[in-house]
Design a protein around this ligand. Structure first.
Ligand code: PXP
Length: 258
């Protein structure tokens, strides 16, 4: 995504993509239409989101096909479609042409996206998928662990963007594992530098909260964070606008501190 709003200091440099999957999770708990992920997307944008991210999973556990169609038709900010690199998902992406596709690994039994893509092992298949999406004018991002081999392979398959998985860092932070946090932040720092040097745009996300966002936001090569579960959870207590605004403020503050 290449959207800037110039709303506040640091805003140009670090974008926030709000993942609205779990609005759909709550809707699907009862069927029907409430709460509507598109309404949440509009509110997130009003609160300062630069883009909206949605993961259409093979089992459709949260976001549905019609959500993607509505988001693409009605959003006023770029749509980042997270998806597995399957024929079914590629066909859906080519039909709707979102601004970006973030290719993620997907296993039916997982609760959320665990670990990054195996870009080294899947290079041949991924380069075909990346090529098809790019030919349609879609920017392609690969969700990877901050590992040199995965970053190298991402550049070789032609990815425009890598999104570095922040899950391990956030788990260590939840465990108050100071050494583990330092180790994971170092992996993210080195990964961001390598990916940037390889000519790819660098994004990051997964598991980020008010407590963990600033250390990642300080890494200067990172230009976009994608955050979902925590923001939707916080929205229960204080509203989505306030949650997005507070996250944006922390991101801007972290950039000012660098
Ligand atoms: N980035 C990617 C590639 C993801 O798969 C997810 C989860 O759907 C996120 C970011 C957002 O993670 P979280 O919901 O934990 O903030």
């Amino acid at each position: 995504m290449t959207v800037t709003t110039g709303k506040d200091e640091g805003h140009e440099a670090l974008r926030l993509g709000v993942n609205i999957d779990h609005v759909a999770t709550i809707r699907n708990a009862r069927g029907g239409h409430h709460p509507d992920p598109l309404r949440a997307a509009h509110i997130a944008i009003e609160g300062g989101a630069d883009g909206i991210t949605a993961h259409l999973r093979e089992d459709r556990r949260h976001i549905s096909d019609s959500d993607i169609a509505r988001l693409k038709a009605e959003l006023t900010r770029p749509l980042n479609l997270e998806m597995a690199a399957t024929d079914e998902m590629v066909a859906i992406a080519l039909k709707h042409v979102p601004n970006a596709c973030c290719l993620v690994p997907e296993r039916r039994e997982e609760r959320t996206t665990e670990g990054g893509l195996d870009v080294v092992g899947g290079a041949s298949h991924l380069s075909t998928v990346v090529d098809k999406l790019k030919t349609a004018g879609i920017r392609v991002s690969l969700f990877i662990e901050p590992e040199p081999a995965a970053i190298d392979a991402s550049a070789r398959v032609g990815a425009d963007i890598v999104e570095l998985h922040t899950g391990a860092y956030c788990v260590r932070a939840l465990e108050d594992d100071v050494t583990g946090v330092a180790r994971e932040l170092e992996r993210l720092k080195v990964g961001a530098e390598l990916a940037h040097a390889a000519g790819m745009e660098v994004h990051a996300g997964h598991g980020l909260t008010y407590n963990t966002v600033k250390a990642v936001a300080r890494l200067p090569q990172i230009v976009e964070l994608n955050i979902g579960h925590f923001l939707i959870g916080e929205a229960i207590f204080g509203g989505l606008t306030a949650a997005v605004q507070h996250m944006r403020a922390l991101m801007a503050q972290a950039r000012r501190e660098t």
